[in-house]
Design a protein around this ligand. Structure first.
Ligand SMILES: NC(=O)c1ccc[n+]([C@@H]2O[C@H](COP(=O)([O-])OP(=O)(O)OC[C@H]3O[C@@H](n4cnc5c(N)ncnc54)[C@H](O)[C@@H]3O)[C@@H](O)[C@H]2O)c1
Ligand SMILES: [Zn+2]
Length: 366
């Protein structure tokens, strides 16, 4: 087991983060249950087996847990109300602890429910998807979707601990592992060239559980460092949005048109497009662009869309992004493999070229 501490500006908000195998059995030592007046577990139904392990480790009856349907659809006001009601029924007070177990949608929702119940009660994240382990559970962003806009309502509150038990991934479908791997590749591209070379050296399905644990730990270190430097996303934290400007547009388009595309797949394609923009804006060489794009493909992630998406439609979806200021697009781009910049603007013709480049069957060069 390896440990990190996510130490944001205010000391009382630092979160220990543990990465390893069979950690759920060690929860009594990690979360010190005696510090709390009561403990509940809220989880998504994909994390069922983790919930049994958590309940038995903390010696809690099943009635202290609530299972919600997994995924994005419960991340709304109805899901939030279900959790608040459960907290009231369970008589949680300000010294109670909420353990969240599941993917990023569940940790965002349950974190927000805990952050707003009695003005905020402590919670521990037990992320059970690769994406939640390397990304969503770290940094304290919580929230729900509202009126069709992703993450419109939310808060930043740090968990009192993050327990990353790699064995929980054993039930995760291969496509979800691949999806989470996009964020791992992103961490290499924005912050650590040697790490990018390693994680892009083979298909992401070929890593053993122990190797994956090492990789997850390094990704957690990178995300932690960025969050500590800029908890509220005034600057450096924006580099974590690399690949997400185009990626979110593709994800929204897919959602509106019944096209199957995971967040990670969209981000992988977005990173290919935004690496191209980095090259053509003069920030990196063509060789660097190809190194990034070929690496993403070697890891088994897509660098072009599964179905054509009109560039004009993608362009208009990009305007809605929270990262923009007014109508001007602001992007995180690469200035080397392993180094990134933020708040960059690009010309409209160049953006159109990038959105053409990621269409299915487009050539290796625009
Ligand atoms: N807070 C942040 O900083 C942050 C960062 C990135 C993403 N997010 C959010 O995270 C969400 C995406 O997270 P995700 O990719 O984990 O998807 P997800 O939460 O939708 O989970 C995907 C599916 O996997 C299932 N599942 C969970 N654990 C499982 C397991 N061990 N075995 C089998 N199935 C399992 C879930 O039930 C769900 O059906 C989005 O809502 C996104 O906005 C938040
Ligand atoms: Zn992402």
């Amino acid at each position: 087991m390896k440990q990190l501490t996510v130490q944001v500006a205010r000391v009382e908000r630092c979160s220990p983060l543990w990465v390893g195998r069979r950690l759920l059995e060690q929860l009594p030592t990690l979360v010190e249950p005696t510090r709390y007046s009561s403990i509940v577990v809220v989880a998504d139904d994909g994390a069922k087996s983790a919930v049994s392990r958590i309940l038995s480790a903390l010696k809690l009856p099943e009635s202290r847990s609530l299972l919600l349907p997994g995924g994005e659809r419960m991340k709304d006001t109805a899901g939030l109300e279900a959790l608040w009601r459960f907290f009231v029924e369970q008589k949680l007070d300000r010294r109670s602890l909420v353990v969240t177990a599941g993917g990023g949608a569940l940790s965002d929702l349950a974190g927000f429910a805990a952050a707003t119940y009695m003005r905020g009660i402590p919670f521990v994240h037990v992320p059970t998807t690769l994406l939640a382990q390397v990304d969503a559970s770290i940094g304290g962003k919580t929230g729900i979707n509202f009126m069709g806009v992703k993450n419109l309502l939310g808060s930043i509150m740090q968990p009192v601990g993050i327990v990353v038990d790699v064995d929980t991934l054993s039930t995760l479908p291969a496509r979800e592992i691949r999806s989470g791997f996009a964020e791992i590749l992103k961490h290499g591209l924005i912050a650590d060239a040697a790490y990018f070379e390693r994680v892009s050296s083979r298909d992401c399905s070929e890593w053993s559980a122990d190797e994956l644990a090492e990789i997850i730990f390094r990704s957690c270190e990178i995300k932690k460092a960025v969050v500590e430097a800029d908890e509220t996303e005034q600057g450096l934290r924006k580099t974590l949005n690399f690949g997400h400007s185009i990626g979110h547009a593709a994800e929204s388009y897919a959602l509106n048109h019944g096209i199957s595309l995971t967040h990670g797949e969209a981000v992988a394609v977005g990173m290919a497009g935004e690496s191209f923009l980095s090259w053509r804006s003069g920030l990196i060489s063509e060789q660097c662009f190809l190194r990034a794009r070929d690496g993403i493909a070697r890891a088994g992630l897509p660098v072009s869309l599964p179905t054509a998406m009109p560039p004009a439609a993608l362009r208009s979806l990009m305007t809605r992004d929270k990262k923009n200021v007014g109508s001007e697009l602001r992007l995180a781009l690469l200035e080397a493999v392993g180094r990134s910049v933020f708040d960059r603007t690009v010309s409209e013709p160049l953006l159109s070229e990038a959105l053409e480049l990621i269409q299915p069957g487009a050539g290796r060069h625009a």
